[in-house]
Design a protein around this ligand. Structure first.
Ligand code: GLC
Ligand code: CA
Length: 559
């Protein structure tokens, strides 16, 4: 496979509202990010991906965009953005923007125009249909939103319904309209010409809807999805964006789309002249403790998770590049899920080791590097996200209400990852000088960046070593991947191999001791123990007994 900077980099994701507040309004902002650029760089990452920074009424906290070519005044202005961009570049870090073009905000000027009349030039920027029923007030089909009830909203002034597969505030764009595609290309050019280095493309697999918008298979959320996830013109539109814009820049693109499979991803990322995206995020490795959604919990199955990693590796290897992540703004924190709160530090390090030494580009989400954990909220009024409120309605139909629902939300809600970053143990965690827009996790007194900086054995310092090791060893980037102990529900053991170099990764997902014996042909004493989350005496035999959530990485220069 061709070598490339984006395969060698590690990316840090910022969800700006909760990163760092600089002006004492309780909301994270660009100046706050600017202050922390040295910190971000110190983790060992090479790029920052910004969740949306654009003006937004926050129906979906920035993923409802009112202007693609400006900055949300809550976060700063274009000048401050450019300062951050330059500051990142000066530190040798790339900057990626979130490109959210499946939908806009209802506050976008295109949508406001579109609502004025059916003859308005912007009307056809969106997906409109006449209502059904005698009064014409019944939705055009049975589709349901992923986030908020039905997928259609009636607008009196045009006597039509518009489609929104997310919240009501996020009308879907009509990508079949060439003018809309031109707008998307203009947006891409605008940021790339400014010096931005690429995009994370939000629900990009949704942009082409099946002609005729047929009724969907009746499920309680996102009904109709089979008619727009990887729809008929997806490839064609992405190819147009690629050929007309992206191919002219040395830029990175990573696509996001739920329920994606390797076959579908390979259509977009295969490294030949059909390629339209550099890489994509997969989701199923984050479904090893739940059923389709984080909200429906099951006991964690290591075997299930390992199978997902193997499946993606087998499919992608030699053909396309993959991504590695454990957290983002859409999921609860990983230590609560796949690790252990009791062994927070050990399991936080082990999970990073397990994930980021596989083949793909690492993505690290703010706070993950210090081992931030889920928050416990006490009543529904403390939640902020439409998804939580939609689920409240949905699960109440199944009898899950009141405290029971709150308990469920505390485990399943993506709001767990959206609490303010814990910088130190002062009031408001050094995030702000006033009460933040969203609850701080009270554990900030112990879990915070200042503490992690001071503690040589912190998760943060481990991430630094891990990313440094990856960067300095091509075998950790480009090497082949091979698993051992595949049937173990306690150990995840794999090796990477490249040109005679080998990395052996041994991770225990168990609190109890597990006996590990080196696979045939491997002599641990010949390897250098380069990463470990416990102090270890030099090994002179080929097996050991693991401690809770132990991780060891051996490097063999010559095999
Ligand atoms: C993506 C984003 C998520 C957002 C949704 C709608 O899945 O990651 O946060 O709510 O798209 O834009
Ligand atoms: Ca602020």
């Amino acid at each position: 496979m061709k070598k490339s900077w984006y395969k060698e980099m590690a990316v840090y994701q910022i969800w700006p509202r909760s990163f760092k507040d600089s002006n004492g309004d309780g909301i994270g902002d660009l100046e706050g990010i600017y202050e922390k650029l040295d910190y971000i760089k110190s983790i060992g990452v090479d790029a920052i991906w910004f969740s949306p920074l654009y003006p937004s009424p926050n129906a979906d906290y920035g993923y409802d965009i009112a202007d693609y070519m400006d900055i949300n005044p809550e976060y700063g202005d274009m000048e401050t953005f450019k300062k951050v961009l330059n500051g990142a570049h000066e530190r040798n870090m790339k900057v990626f923007m979130d490109l959210v073009v499946n939908h806009t905000s209802t506050e976008h000027k295109w949508f406001k125009e579109a609502c004025k009349s059916v003859d308005n030039p912007y009307h056809d920027y969106y997906i409109w249909r006449k209502g059904k029923g005698k009064d014409g007030k019944q939705p055009p089909n049975n589709w349901l939103s992923t986030f908020e009830g039905g997928a259609w909203e009636y607008v009196e002034s045009v006597d039509e319904f518009y489609l929104h597969v997310f919240t009501k505030g996020q009308p879907d764009l009509n990508m079949d309209n060439p003018k809309v595609r031109q707008e998307v290309k203009d947006i891409m050019k605008f940021w790339l010409d400014m010096g931005v280095d690429g995009f994370r493309e939000d629900v990009i697999t949704y942009i082409s809807k099946k002609e005729g918008l047929p009724n969907g298979f009746p499920i309680p959320v996102a009904c109709g999805m089979e008619h727009y996830n990887c729809g008929p013109h997806l490839y064609e539109y992405l190819k147009e964006f690629h050929d007309d814009v992206l191919s002219k820049y040395d830029c990175f693109t990573v696509g996001e789309g739920p329920l994606i499979t390797p076959e579908k991803v390979l259509k977009l990322v295969t490294e030949d002249d059909t390629q339209v995206l550099k890489t994509m995020f997969s989701f199923d490795h984050l479904e090893a403790d739940c059923l389709m959604t984080d909200w429906i919990k099951k006991p964690f199955s290591l075997k299930k998770m390992k199978k997902c990693y193997q499946k993606w590796y087998d499919a992608m290897n030699g053909k396309g590049w993959h991504t590695l992540y454990l957290e983002n703004h859409d999921h609860p924190r990983i230590i609560d899920r796949y690790g252990s709160l009791k062994y927070r530090v050990e399991s936080g390090k082990m999970l990073a080791t397990m994930c980021y030494l596989q083949k793909g580009t690492p993505f690290i989400y703010q706070g993950q590097e210090i081992g931030m954990t889920n928050i416990e909220l006490h009543s529904i009024d403390e939640f902020k996200d439409m998804v939580t409120f939609n689920n409240q309605i949905m699960f109440s139909k199944f009898g899950i209400k009141g405290d029971r629902f709150v308990r469920m939300a505390n485990k399943g809600s993506r709001e767990n990852s959206r609490t303010p970053v814990q910088w130190d143990n002062s009031e408001y965690a050094g995030f702000s000088t006033v009460e933040p827009w969203f609850n701080l996790n009270p554990n900030y007194t112990e879990i915070n960046v200042a503490q992690a900086e001071a503690d040589e054995n912190s998760i943060l310092n481990y991430y630094r070593k891990l990313l440094k090791f990856r960067k300095e060893h091509e075998v950790a980037i480009y090497g082949d991947f091979k698993q051992y102990y595949e049937n173990s529900n306690e150990l995840f053991v794999y090796e990477r191999n490249l040109d005679g170099e080998k990395v052996l990764v041994v991770c225990s997902f168990a609190e109890k001791s597990v006996h590990f014996k080196a696979p045939d042909g491997i002599d641990l004493s010949k390897g250098e123990l380069v990463l470990n989350n416990y102090t270890i005496n030099p090994v002179n035999h080929n097996s050991f007994v693991t401690r809770p959530y132990e991780a060891r990485v051996y490097y063999f220069k010559e095999v």
